[in-house]
Design a protein around this ligand. Sequence first.
Ligand SMILES: N[C@@H](CCC(=O)N[C@@H](CS)C(=O)NCC(=O)O)C(=O)O
Length: 237
Amino acid sequence: MIDLHYWTTPNGHKITIFLEETGLPYKIFPVNIGKGEQFKREFLAFSPNNRIPAMVDHDPPGGGAPIQVFESGAMLVYLAEKTGKYMPGDLRGRTEVMQWLFWQMGNLGPMSGQNNHFSQYAVEKLPYAIDRYRNEVNRLYGVLNRCLADREFVAGAYSIADMASYPWIVPYERQGQKLEDFPHVKRWFEAIRARPAVERAYAKAKEINPNVGGIRTAEERAILFGQTAASVQAAVR
Ligand SMILES: N[C@@H](CCC(=O)N[C@@H](CS)C(=O)NCC(=O)O)C(=O)O
């Protein structure tokens, strides 16, 4: 059994998509980041960056003590290696998947996060910051579109690289992007959205948090934005 410490955000959805695709048994432990549950001592013990998702695998390959993993990219690689699914075994195929997985982790995710922050959450609307991140996300959609021009999925066959990027394209409207401008992304997006496992993963999110993707309240903003080393230290409970 896998304990998945999760909240209903794009980085969380990556993992529920994988688990639903493979049917691995798992139990969700909601970590409501708007309420500050990411600062609980028990959670920080295996998720030292005070971010979701994280997981504990009580049945690791080869036996032994449970394995704890944080960072969604590392979790996807772990799960792919555990199951032998959604990542090719050969070096060439594996490299193709890994480069696009790292691309998502280092580019599409962080830039979309900043874009969302400055356009939706920041109280002060700063045109320079809003334009900078909307443009960078637009550039990244272009990169993905070119990648998908000659292949069905990001690395050829459906893989953890698709599971990592898809949840970050879901809020494309809030990101100030039009899928019509990126026809290969649109085709890929619709194909993944129609997968039963993906539908199940998003239905699960709605059950846990009917306000998925909602605008943050003043209380949530105070918890989530402007964290420092000292504020996190003070919030640990
Ligand atoms: N690189 C990390 C990013 C995780 C992350 O940013 N998680 C957000 C939700 S999507 C979070 O837990 N935020 C809590 C907070 O800001 O305190 C990953 O991919 O796992």
